[in-house]
Design a protein around this ligand. Structure first.
Ligand code: SF4
Length: 335
């Protein structure tokens, strides 16, 4: 029996951080063993938000590909591909845009939340929300169906995007005859990882995320600023490790000394500075394997390019087949 296909994607707007590693992206490393896996570097989608900064998107296409390889995405098992090189996706987006109303796109909870965020950042909705942005769920439906995805790994917050895709598929199949596969979501059970400040939202601008690319100096700076139990003032005050982000990260990286960290903290036998220093050392040890792989691919950019090219070729084969079926169904296959 042939393997089911999973399609997943990530926007190239920055490097991978701990939220990715212990969340959805880390999960792809496991999924690639059981499914035919396509990982899309969604550069066209990144441009819906960052169309004025193409250099940033281009730089991050390479950064992200290197990060994915460094965490263990194996190009023999998974095809990493570039969205902008699959012109079939753009064509499908145009065809599907007739199958969804603007009102429905505005009602999509994920889009609604993102528009509200833009409004609070830029003021009036009309000035900040582009046609391309409102329509990105249509382009996502094109990504998924182009690759004939059976399962789409997502978090709860992205379920409305999958439902939107399923609606488009159903409408297409109803009008033009059964042509497209209706994908199913594959819900990730991984909890959201908190930043060093305790927030669930992580990002460069917040300065609360540990990136796989961070060097020792950066790790030291970030961990020394991490939030601890605020009731602990003096070194020998007892504290509650469960509300301390330093302890949270000790746990995350599986510190073998965790029990001691916990009991010494509770008994007031451990100072926060010493505790942070221990985390810095262990964090650097934890990151070493990623740093080594990153460095290898940094020094072998041609290999990275080839991996991306080959993954894109595989994705294009599938997308081209889907587009032929779609054009035939829509009776626009003239030549
Ligand atoms: Fe957190 Fe460690 Fe300080 Fe306890 S001793 S509050 S675990 S940093």
């Amino acid at each position: 029996m042939s393997k089911k296909t999973i399609l997943t994607g990530i926007r190239p707007t920055g490097n991978l951080h701990f939220g990715h590693l212990f969340g959805a992206v880390g999960n792809w490393v496991l999924l690639q063993n059981d499914y035919e896996t396509f990982i899309e570097i969604a550069d066209v989608q990144a441009l819906t938000d960052h169309f004025e900064d193409p250099e940033m998107v281009q730089k991050n296409v390479w950064e992200l590909t290197i990060d994915l390889l460094a965490i263990g995405i194996d190009p023999k098992k998974a095809h990493i591909f570039l969205q902008s090189s699959i012109s079939e996706i753009a064509e499908l987006t145009v065809f599907y845009s007739n199958l969804v109303t603007i009102a429905r796109l505005y009602r999509n909870p994920t889009v609604k939340t993102e528009i509200a965020q833009k409004k609070s950042l830029f003021g009036q909705e009309g000035e900040s929300v582009t046609y391309g942005f409102v329509g990105y769920p249509v382009s996502q439906a094109a990504d998924i169906t182009a690759l004939d995805g059976d399962l789409i790994p997502v978090g709860e917050d992205q379920l409305p995007l999958i439902e939107q895709c399923r609606e488009i598929v159903r409408k297409f199949n109803h009008i033009y005859g059964v042509t497209l596969k209706e994908p199913e979501p594959l819900l990730s059970s991984n909890p959201r990882i908190k930043g060093l400040d305790g927030q669930t939202k992580m990002g460069k601008s917040l300065g609360n995320a540990i990136y796989l690319k961070d060097d020792e100096e950066m790790i030291q700076k970030k961990i020394m600023n991490a939030i601890t139990d605020p009731s602990k003032i003096k070194k020998d005050d007892p504290a509650n490790p469960e509300i301390c982000m330093v302890y949270y990260y000790h746990k995350l990286i599986d510190n073998p000394n965790l029990k001691t960290v916990c009991s010494e903290c509770k008994e007031g036998k451990r100072g926060c500075v010493a505790c942070k220093k221990e985390l810095i050392t262990r964090m650097n040890e934890f990151l070493e394997k990623f740093r080594e792989k990153r460095q290898y691919y940094e020094e072998h950019k041609e290999e990275v390019k080839q991996i991306l090219e080959e993954g894109t070729k595989e994705a294009k084969k599938k997308a081209s087949d889907t587009l032929s079926r779609v054009k035939q169904a829509m009776k626009i296959n003239y030549f």
